[in-house]
Design a protein around this ligand. Structure first.
Ligand code: NAD
Length: 499
């Protein structure tokens, strides 16, 4: 069994707290590694190193900083298979899905190569007589991020790429469930030319998180994870004077209108509901067919597709549709919620209980489930299940379907499937959800737009990646300047270049 480390000051460092968490292989159920859980002293050491390294990085011109990210993109592509394998081994998702996890992070790194353009300030010539006014975007200093288990490559990159491109140092506290890929990313950033101490990985649990939230040197905290923890981090971080953005849980509805192409809708629901075993914050977990006839036809199309899903370990390559869930505790929680749906009277059309895979009996696998006739008051509708369970709530009208999505406490993503442009437009305009798909089930915006939900799915005013990230990781300084007239210098005859 392997003992994992922290990555502090440019080196792998063994944990000194004496506390560890087990890292499982979800496909076999075996403990494959131990990850050290940092004490607040270990976090403090990383913060001191970051604070020492950051001013020189901030003073490095933005093009040079961007070149490190360019090289990092090259290294990510070079090591894509290695990263995907390490990710699947700890998370359980299939290899193509793991490569997608790396790729969606890489795309944000590519976007951040444009940092010199994004960091250009504003300038007003002659704001008054002989007076110019300009605004600069300056880095915050030492920044930190706390990330969830379900995208161990993508979400860390969504945070550290813009933070570092802006001239900050960044401390990553990844999920203790799958910490290997974040450690590999930190190594690759240094191989790409990043100075030591600018990106550090401190593994841990609540103690490390609290050390971040209470550390006076840390200026900002980014968080992605479940809503109760998001609320805790947002309120504690803000009370301690930090800039905080937190992204929480989800319950994404897909409205299926009577005029939708139902084969297309069913295919979309299969991928969006069961991909990554439903462990995606943008997974569709609620199908809302409009009208009983639409519902009956949709269920008829869904059931055989769901029954044909192939569930297995990532080592089966492209031959599996989804893998195990992340831990035995996650599996038990999903099973409990399925039982609560049955007890409450929802109809289990596809029953994934008692699923077993020969040779992997101890793995955290779950068969796919499909509920029909669920209602608003049921726990399976209200709670985020985060497993391979799709819940159908029938609506009789478009307005009722819209109201369902609007009344739910989460507002991360949603989708409408229809051929009616007017209905789609009305839905996109009125729904109080941050990311909307029109005949697109998982509307994750690309790197140059921003990602973020509404309601209990996000706390803070700026989204992840896109232009918002450059606002989150910088502060604005505005200078008003008047210069007395002086002696004009002689000419410079060689073309100025960026050294
Ligand atoms: P989680 O909230 O359990 O953990 C997230 C992070 O918080 C981890 O680094 C963990 O170590 C830390 N943490 C856990 N308990 C803590 C505590 N008591 N105090 C302080 N820190 C604590 O979330 P998870 O299970 O890793 O991830 C799944 C959740 O993340 C789902 O709810 C999913 O919807 C959400 N998610 C949201 C988005 C989004 O962008 N909105 C993206 C991905 C995942």
């Amino acid at each position: 069994m392997q003992d994992l480390t922290h990555y502090i000051g440019g080196s792998h460092v063994a944990g000194t707290s004496g506390r560890f968490a087990d890292v499982f292989n979800p496909a076999t159920g075996e403990v494959q590694a131990r990850v050290p859980l940092a004490s607040s002293d270990e976090m403090d050491r990383a913060v001191q190193i970051a604070a020492e390294a950051q001013p020189a990085w901030a003073a490095t011109n933005p093009q040079r900083r961007a070149r490190v990210l360019m090289q990092f993109v090259h290294l990510l592509n070079r090591d894509m298979d290695k990263l995907a394998e390490a990710l699947s081994r700890e998370h359980g998702k299939t290899l193509p899905d793991a490569a997608g996890d790396v790729q969606r992070g890489l795309e944000v790194v590519e976007y951040c190569i444009g940092a010199p353009q994004m960091l250009k300030g504003e300038f007003t010539d002659s704001a008054g007589p002989g007076i110019d006014m300009y605004s600069m975007r300056q880095p915050l200093g030492v920044t930190a991020g706390i990330t969830p288990f379900n995208f161990p490559a993508m979400i860390p990159m969504w945070m550290f790429a813009p933070a570092i491109a802006c001239g900050n140092a960044f401390i990553l506290k990844p999920s203790e469930r799958d910490p290997s890929v974040p450690l590999m990313l930190a190594e690759l950033m240094e191989e790409a030319g990043l100075p030591k101490g600018i990106l550090q990985v401190v593994n841990g649990d609540k103690e490390a998180v609290d050390a971040i939230l209470h550390h006076p040197v840390i200026q900002s905290v980014g968080f992605v994870g479940s809503t109760p923890i998001a609320e805790y981090i947002y309120s504690t971080g803000c009370a301690n004077g930090k800039r905080v953005q937190c992204f929480g849980g989800a319950k994404n509805h897909m409205i299926v209108m009577p005029d939708a192409d139902l084969d297309q809708a069913a295919d979309a629901l299969i991928g969006a509901g069961y991909g990554a075993a439903g462990e995606r914050c943008m997974a569709i977990s609620v199908a809302v067919p409009v009208g009983d006839e639409t519902a009956d036809r949709l269920i008829d199309k869904l059931a055989p597709r769901i029954e044909a899903l192939k569930v297995g370990p990532y080592t089966s390559g492209t031959d599996v549709d989804y893998g195990p869930v992340v831990t035995a505790a996650a599996k038990q929680n999903i099973e409990r919620l399925v039982q609560s749906g049955l007890d409450a009277g929802a109809k289990l059309v596809v029953d994934g209980r008692n699923f077993s895979l020969q040779g992997y009996e101890d793995g955290f696998f779950l068969g796919p489930h499909l509920f029909d006739h669920a209602t608003r008051d049921m726990e399976i509708y209200q709670k985020e299940i985060f497993g391979p369970v799709l819940t159908t709530v029938r609506a009789q009208t478009y307005e009722e379907a819209l109201t369902l999505a609007m009344d739910h406490e989460y507002g991360n993503g949603t989708a409408i499937f229809t051929r009616d442009g007017d209905a789609a437009r009305d839905f996109a305009n009125r729904v109080n959800v941050g990311m909307v798909g029109i005949n697109v089930p998982i509307p994750v915006p690309l790197a140059y737009h921003t990602f973020g939900g509404w309601k209990k799915s996000a706390f803070g005013d700026l989204n992840q990646h896109g232009p918002d990230a450059f606002k989150f990781y910088t502060r604005t300084k505005t200078v008003t300047a008047r210069w007395p007239s002086g002696i004009k210098e002689g000419g410079e005859f060689s073309i100025p270049v960026m050294e």
